[in-house]
Design a protein around this ligand. Structure first.
Ligand SMILES: [Zn+2]
Length: 399
């Protein structure tokens, strides 16, 4: 006899992931319908009323499934949602965390321009792929487990935040608190590439700002003469060149100036200049070195002053042996369904960076397959709705 969850899983059928997929394929029209309702209810990060309206629809779906739903109230951003569900008689002690977000990057009214529509095996519309499709598969994964009579050994906590697209400022603490109670974190952000790769590693990220103060003067005076002014734009340019030296391909560190401004008119030596710097890194161990290098910047143009703020704040999601094991499990589940599964290392960040940094094995990119996130060309592949829901259900059943 095998241990608990696997026994239940396998008793549901010979090749259980296949059973789950069969159940879910029949529900693809229902999944598509719910996706349509989700997408039509727009939820831009900066519109609390809209995000809350969408949150109420999502909460309704979880309540229908018998989940214990808690609304984590917010003053400025939309409310976060926490839905907890378990299947056996007693509430299991161990927890799996599933993370996703309610908000989208699109301003109100985008749906009128690019409405939800289904054609050629795809569903188009703002937020289909990133990541309302992910919210749909979570609900139907739970349905499929019920339908197949599979009992996960752990309680499932779904945490949907309202401000992921703006950096998770109000939800980071909540996500970290739930992560610390969990054995595993599964993130329903969109999959990578058209083959639907999972994200087993993400770079960490941060941003810094350099503010330069010089002294204005007439540009006609030779710049080497005393009292000619101190050129803040020249100073900024030299600082950017200095910063570029932090780039380290081998260690996966990238540093680039992404915004720069300075000066007033062409015949005045600029007094002010500033730049924003985007920083990405692959290893937590490099964080002190990066932040130290930022603090070590000193003025180069005589008389110029510089102020450097910010630094690296989002830790990388590293591919640990525990993550490798998780991925192998996911690959095996897809294999049972006769489907391939690969993994990717990506530069973008997600809430998975937070859970992984706490040492909680994290698997990301478990959401739907599609493309065009944050653009008018956003879509998901309809067949990925049942397939990814079956993968998630398989993971929940066997972890
Ligand atoms: Zn997202």
């Amino acid at each position: 006899m095998k241990n608990g969850p696997n026994r239940n899983y396998e008793s549901a059928g010979r090749l259980s992931a296949k059973v789950l997929l069969r159940v879910l394929r029949k529900r693809e029209p229902g999944m598509t319908r719910l996706l349509g309702e989700f997408v039509r209810c727009e939820s831009p990060s900066h519109n609390k009323a809209a995000v809350d309206r969408f949150g109420r629809i999502v909460a309704r779906e979880w309540k229908r499934r018998g989940a214990n739903v808690r609304v984590v109230r917010q003053a400025e951003y939309g409310n976060h949602l926490r839905a907890e569900i378990w299947f056996g008689e007693r509430r299991p002690r161990k927890q799996i965390l599933i993370v996703g977000h309610l908000d989208t990057v699109y301003p109100m009214g985008t749906h009128a321009l690019t409405p939800f529509r289904v054609s050629d095996g795809r569903a188009w519309g703002p937020g289909t792929f990133d990541m309302k499709g992910g919210l749909v598969i979570a609900l139907f994964a739970v349905d499929a487990l019920r339908a197949a009579g599979v009992i996960p050994a752990k309680r499932l906590v779904f945490f949907w935040n309202s401000d992921e697209e703006t950096g998770s400022k109000t939800s980071r603490r909540d996500i970290e608190r739930e992560a610390l109670r969990s054995e595993t974190a599964l993130v329903l952000e969109p999959a990578a590439g058209s083959e639907g790769r999972l994200k087993t590693a993400r770079k960490g990220a941060g941003s810094a700002e350099i503010v330069v103060t010089g002294r204005s003067g007439h540009a006609g005076i030779a710049p080497h003469l005393p009292g000619a002014g101190i050129n803040a734009v020249h100073e900024l340019a030299l600082q950017i060149v200095e910063l570029m030296k932090m780039n380290d391909r081998r260690r996966g560190i990238t540093v680039q100036a992404t915004v720069a401004a300075g000066g007033t008119v062409s015949n005045v030596i600029p007094e002010h200049a500033r730049a924003k710097i985007d920083i990405r890194h692959a290893h937590t161990a490099d964080v002190p070195r990066i932040n130290r290098a930022l603090r070590a910047l000193r003025p180069i143009v005589p008389g110029a002053r510089i102020e450097v703020s910010g630094g690296v704040n989002r830790p990388p999601m590293e591919r640990t042996p525990a993550v490798e094991k998780l991925f192998a499990r996911a690959k095996a589940i897809m294999g049972e369904m006769g489907l391939p599964l690969d993994e990717a290392w990506v530069g973008g960040v997600s809430d998975g960076n937070f859970t992984a940094a706490l040492g909680v094995p994290t698997l990301d990119g478990l959401g739907v397959v599609g493309d065009g996130a944050h653009s008018p060309r956003e879509y998901l592949l309809l067949r990925s709705l049942p397939e990814r829901a079956a993968l998630l259900a398989g993971l929940l059943a066997t972890l």
